[in-house]
Write a protein that binds this ligand. Structure first.
Ligand SMILES: Cc1cc2nc3c(=O)[nH]c(=O)nc-3n(C[C@H](O)[C@H](O)[C@H](O)COP(=O)(O)O)c2cc1C
Length: 298
């Protein structure tokens, strides 16, 4: 089977998941193509590489991080640019988010209706809890546990897709209305993006400018940073800034700087530092995943 996986990832969590999907499909001897949708908004149409890979494949995968219980605007813009298929295209969705809340089930509603209109038939959708890149920092131990759980679940999810076993998220009452209301975050993010500032700690490495998925950051001839109106609030510039120099407007107190190591913490102090959010919901998420993994291994 030919599989194309298109994904957006602000700070790397969804990218890790997308690569794991590709790895497992490849182990099952399928031909996989992985494409990041960074930069697609710079043109009104998809590039030939995208169009050919999508037309050509037997199965299309779309991955994204959940933003305010929705798919990021860049993913909706990607869907808008998708060609209408002559026949139904078998499609699956995967997403990552910082919390295992049931409300995250509504994130794909708008995307799925856009895909349906273009004859992309979504039969499977999977959600993985990955560490927060905004609001608060998970401990590295928790991040590792989340990643190990996703790594163990993905082979089971791939098996379901290959076996033609449908898997869609449980419905949430008034889901469409809630998701619609929460999409105000998208223009709020654009507005807030104009309030970004760079502090004197900046080492002028240019990482934020080069890595921004919408090319929203530029440096003037006088060396000043300028922020446009296309910010996705993906946190890439702030999360991965080596000098922690990015000030993210109204949400600066929610900034999470520095990539997760996804390794065991070095000492107990480090382990305890960020563990304040080990709530019941996470315990339930891990317990359900463990049960599923154990059942599959029986
Ligand atoms: C603007 C924004 C909004 C977010 N909204 C949610 C949310 O509604 N629910 C949630 O559980 N996580 C939310 N998150 C957390 C991310 O979905 C999560 O950290 C994700 O794994 C990041 O993936 P990435 O590294 O591929 O960008 C949000 C993150 C950002 C930056």
């Amino acid at each position: 089977m030919k599989i194309t996986i298109c994904y957006f990832s602000g700070t790397g969590n969804t990218k890790k998941v997308a690569h794991r999907f590709a790895e497992i499909f490849a182990e099952e001897r399928h031909e996989v193509k992985l494409l990041s949708i960074d930069g697609i908004t710079l043109s009104k149409t998809l590039s030939c590489e995208f169009l050919e890979s999508i037309q050509d494949c037997d199965l299309l995968g779309i991955g994204y991080p959940i933003y305010a219980f929705n798919a990021p605007p860049i993913v909706l813009q990607f869907a808008k640019r998708l060609p209408r298929m002559a026949q139904n295209k078998h499609t699956f969705i995967f997403n990552t988010s910082g919390e295992p809340l049931k409300l995250n089930n509504i994130s794909s509603l708008k995307l799925r209706s856009m895909l349906k209109r273009r004859r992309y038939n979504v039969t499977n959708e999977y959600h993985y809890c990955m560490p927060y890149n905004i609001m608060f920092r998970h401990s590295d131990e928790m991040a590792l546990k989340m990643w190990q759980t996703a790594q163990a679940l993905i082979p089971l999810d791939v098996r379901e897709i290959i076996d033609g076993q449908k898997h869609l998220p449980e419905r949430v009452r008034c889901g469409h209305a809630i998701a619609w209301a929460m999409r105000c975050e998208q223009w709020g993010g654009q507005l807030n993006g104009r309030m970004y500032r760079v502090s004197k700690e900046c080492v002028h490495c240019g990482k934020c400018v080069n890595d921004c998925p919408t090319h929203n950051i530029r440096i003037t001839k006088k060396g000043k940073f300028k922020f446009g109106g296309k910010c996705l609030m993906c946190m890439r510039c702030a999360h991965l800034c080596p000098a922690n120099a990015m000030h993210i407007g109204m949400f600066n107190s929610w900034k999470v700087n520095g990539p997760y190591t996804f390794s065991k913490p070095k000492n107990e102090e480090e382990k305890q530092k960020y563990n304040k959010m080990l709530t019941k919901a996470y315990e339930q998420y891990f317990a359900a995943a463990e049960q599923r993994i154990n059942n599959a291994n029986k």
